[in-house]
Write a protein that binds this ligand. Structure first.
Ligand code: PLV
Length: 286
């Protein structure tokens, strides 16, 4: 049996609002009147949404790979969008500089204990309805979702529940770190799943591998995009390849599922997708 945790249905189209909303609220309560964020798109959208609700000014720095319509979506929440650099890491460096001004808080898209605490709430919900799967499948970018899910699993006492941590081939910074035994910075991000495009994962994501059963797993861009198409057909919901990566493990019945009866997939979603982009990615990946 496959259980779907439908984070794609969150107000900003992805799981991000959980941790980001929590962090924005905490920083605003601590006195910040301006929130600065770097993002592939979804974290920025969540900061913009939270800032509008809280009444804070928001600046989102995105890399050149963030789709134009995604920038427009963020702007519609009254945020300022600035493009900087080739991938998220460049945008992050620039946004960190901007955050040095007084009254400004930097909202990191994945490397912050507040973010993990917010993301952990999705596991409390699952535990609340007493649906314990045999494993959880999720996507990994910088590892914020992974850290949040693990924190949640330990909060509810599900410390024995294995996690399958999925990346695409050109964005596999978690898998590389686990193999090397230390953090690895990829030279570049070479994947259509740009929302998974952190060249280095959070240290905490690697640290978790010493206290929990986590299986890194890498899929092709093609598998991720095809999973998005199949998911749209099955459920009439569009998700980004970042989410398709996790879904492809199910659709293609990949090896980590062997001997498991009930699997839960975190359908992390993503608002940076439309039909024409999906078609273009499909063509691009063959
Ligand atoms: N996206 C981040 C980092 O981008 C962002 O700025 O929005 N699924 C979706 C739809 C996402 O947007 C992301 C992160 C992930 C999965 C991975 O989450 P993480 O980074 O917490 O592992 C470069």
């Amino acid at each position: 049996m496959v259980l779907l945790k439908m984070e794609a249905l969150q107000p900003t189209g992805s799981f991000k609002i959980r941790g980001i909303g929590y962090a924005c609220q905490a920083r605003h309560e601590a006195g910040a009147t301006r929130l600065v964020c770097s993002s592939g798109g979804n974290a920025g959208y969540a900061v913009a949404y939270s800032g509008r609700v809280l009444g804070a000014e928001v600046i989102v720095v995105v890399p050149e790979t963030t789709p134009v319509f995604m920038r427009e979506t963020i702007r519609r929440e009254n945020a300022t969008v600035i493009e900087h650099g080739k991938s998220w890491d460049d945008a992050h460096a620039y946004a960190s500089e901007l955050s040095k001004q007084a009254g400004t808080a930097y909202i990191h898209p994945f490397d912050d204990p507040l973010i993990w605490r917010g993301h952990a709430s999705m596991i409390e919900e699952i535990a609340g309805i007493r649906l314990k799967p045999d494993a959880i499948v999720l996507s990994v970018g910088g590892g914020g979702l992974l850290c949040g899910v693990l924190e949640g699993l330990h909060q509810v006492g599900w410390t024995d529940l294995p996690v399958i941590a999925v990346e695409t081939e050109g964005a596999a910074s978690f898998s590389a770190a686990v193999t090397a035994g230390h953090l690895v910075t990829l030279d570049e991000i070479a994947s259509v799943a740009t929302s998974l495009g952190a060249r280095t994962v959070a240290e905490e994501a690697l640290a978790w591998t010493h206290r929990h059963a986590i299986q890194p797993w890498t899929v092709s861009d093609r598998a991720a995009v095809e999973a998005c198409l199949r998911f749209a057909d099955d459920h009439r919901i569009l998700v980004e390849p970042a989410c398709g990566a996790a879904l492809s493990v199910i659709y293609d019945r990949m090896e980590p599922l062997k001997n498991l009866k009930t699997v839960m997939v975190i359908v992390c979603g993503g608002a940076g997708v439309n039909l024409s982009l999906l078609r273009a990615w499909h063509k691009q990946v063959g």
